[in-house]
Design a protein around this ligand. Structure first.
Ligand code: SAH
Length: 223
């Protein structure tokens, strides 16, 4: 997949984006494809106009409905971990939010399936990605705790919301050798966790302390 052609969509200056890539490199992101995509992906179109001047800071920002766009470092880190094992055919994302992580993934894997429980957020994300002519993403308005069994198994699953314990369906919907990367825990005590599905079981590795919004149950229609 080639990086997006960004001419004409009001990308902020090359210097600002180069600085973001520089910071990500300092923080340990190494994969050149991930760095290239992070440097080419217009984060400012995913946040409110009033906040767009802060879009290339390495920080989470509000996207409405009590949710946040993930910090660029964590988006890059999770993506790097997912694609480490080689090219991925299909990836499930839990927590579309504004669609920024979805857009990053769509440039690095063949097919992305993205679930969001807040309908209004998903509608906006869909709109943005279709304006950018992204056509390898399928969206579902649902509770991601249950995964997306009709489209599984997946080569990888990435969750941008933290459950207290890992939903078992997410593990069973991984292909053998597939990887789930998910923050797990309550409040300020979350650990980014990597689960690898194996023949007849799975193995778990704790990576680093993180802070994500909680994974909630059910769906929310606010319109
Ligand atoms: N990567 C997104 C992160 C958004 S925050 C971005 O950069 O915008 C996490 C998202 O997970 C929120 O939009 C929240 O509504 C969603 N979420 C929480 N619990 C969920 C669940 N059970 N199923 C699907 N989405 C969920």
């Amino acid at each position: 997949m080639t990086p997006l052609q960004l001419q004409g969509i009001g990308m902020t200056s090359q210097r600002t984006r180069d600085r973001l890539v520089g910071r990500l490199t300092e923080q340990g992101i190494e994969n050149p494809n991930v760095l290239e995509v992070m440097g080419n992906t217009p984060r400012h179109i995913f946040v409110d106009e009033a906040l767009s001047h802060r879009a290339y800071e390495d920080t989470a920002l509000p996207i409405g409905f009590g949710q946040t766009i993930s910090q660029p470092y964590i988006v890059a880190k999770m993506t790097e971990l997912l694609i480490k094992t080689g090219p991925l055919e299909s990836v499930l994302e839990i927590g579309t939010g504004c669609g920024y992580q979805t857009l990053v993934l769509s440039q690095l894997v063949n097919r992305v399936y993205s679930i969001e429980r807040i309908e209004a957020l998903q509608k906006n994300a869909k709109k943005r990605l279709s304006l950018l002519r992204v056509n390898n993403v399928k969206f579902k308005y649902a509770d991601g705790n249950w995964g997306w069994s009709e489209e599984g198994g997946f080569d990888a699953i990435l969750s941008a919301a933290a459950p207290e314990v890992i939903p078992p369906e997410l593990i069973t919907q991984l292909n053998i050798g597939g990887r789930l990367i998910i923050p797990v825990g309550v409040g300020d005590h979350q650990q980014l966790t990597l689960v690898t599905r194996e023949e007849g079981g799975y193995k778990t590795k704790i990576l680093e302390a993180v802070k994500f919004v909680p994974m909630l149950s059910g769906t929310k229609n606010l319109s």
